[in-house]
Design a protein around this ligand. Structure first.
Ligand code: C5P
Length: 227
């Protein structure tokens, strides 16, 4: 049976995980938000009081990570995200997390994975690649909204500054830097709402599937477009 892998990459607060989760539901595929893996390693380092720059210790924790150990509720803070992006620049950590991600992607009927390097490094053979982005200002605005919904009182200028720092670190690191794969659809959602982004993504996926029938047959491809 062929597998359908959909890679969804993009910078922080671009809306890629929400979009990827919806795509996964629509096509009946399992979903992995790979940012949670880096966040889980960062959280574990913090909880154990280990030095976040201790590459060997971080890589050991990464190698022992099991998807079922991941509790997203404990991983969403900005502090964990910030540390996750530092941990993610360590080559040994990235390497330790490769098998888990590839195994997840290779099981029939396939999977949707969201991250920074899915289309370029983890699944370069993915049938469909999306690169979801938006202007920094719009991403900072969305992140503020998200934080407000969680009862926090974010300062826009500070959120924007943190996003810029994270973008820089993610795209300038030596290993697996954030970038769009040459065959990815770049979806700039600055002026799109979630619905428009979902429709644009599905139109591209359906086109790809029609062009490459060997990619796999998602369960719900004949169903009408719906969440
Ligand atoms: O996507 P999220 O913001 O949760 O990811 C946290 C951090 O993990 C990112 O800033 C990035 O540095 C790192 N990451 C990565 N590669 C991935 C997913 C996340 O480097 N595939």
């Amino acid at each position: 049976m062929s597998v359908l892998v959909i890679a969804v990459d993009g910078p922080a607060a671009s809306g890629k995980s929400t979009l990827a989760a919806r795509i996964a539901r629509h096509y009946g595929l399992p979903f992995l938000d790979t940012g949670l893996l880096y966040r889980a390693v960062a959280r574990e380092l913090l909880d154990r009081g280990l030095d976040p720059q201790d590459e060997a210790a971080a890589a050991r924790l990464a190698a022992a990570l099991q998807p079922e150990d991941i509790d997203p509720a404990r991983l969403h803070g900005e502090g964990v995200g910030e540390l996750a992006s530092k941990v993610a620049a360590l080559a040994a950590v990235r390497e330790a997390l490769v098998p888990l991600q590839r195994q997840f992607a290779s099981r029939p009927p396939g999977a949707v994975l969201a991250g920074r390097d899915i289309g370029t490094v983890i699944c370069p053979e993915a049938c469909v690649k999306l690169y979801v982005t938006a202007s920094r200002e719009e991403r900072a605005r969305r992140r503020c909204e998200q934080l407000r919904r969680r009862g926090e009182a974010p300062i826009y200028a500070r959120v924007l500054e943190e996003l810029e720092a994270r973008d820089r670190r993610d795209s300038e690191r030596a290993v697996a830097p954030l970038r769009a794969a040459p065959d990815a659809l770049v979806l700039d959602t600055t002026d799109m709402d979630a619905e428009a982004a979902f429709r644009a993504a599905c139109a591209f996926i359906d086109r790809r599937l029609a062009e490459r029938p060997g990619c796999g047959h998602p369960r719900s491809s004949e169903q009408p477009l719906q969440p």
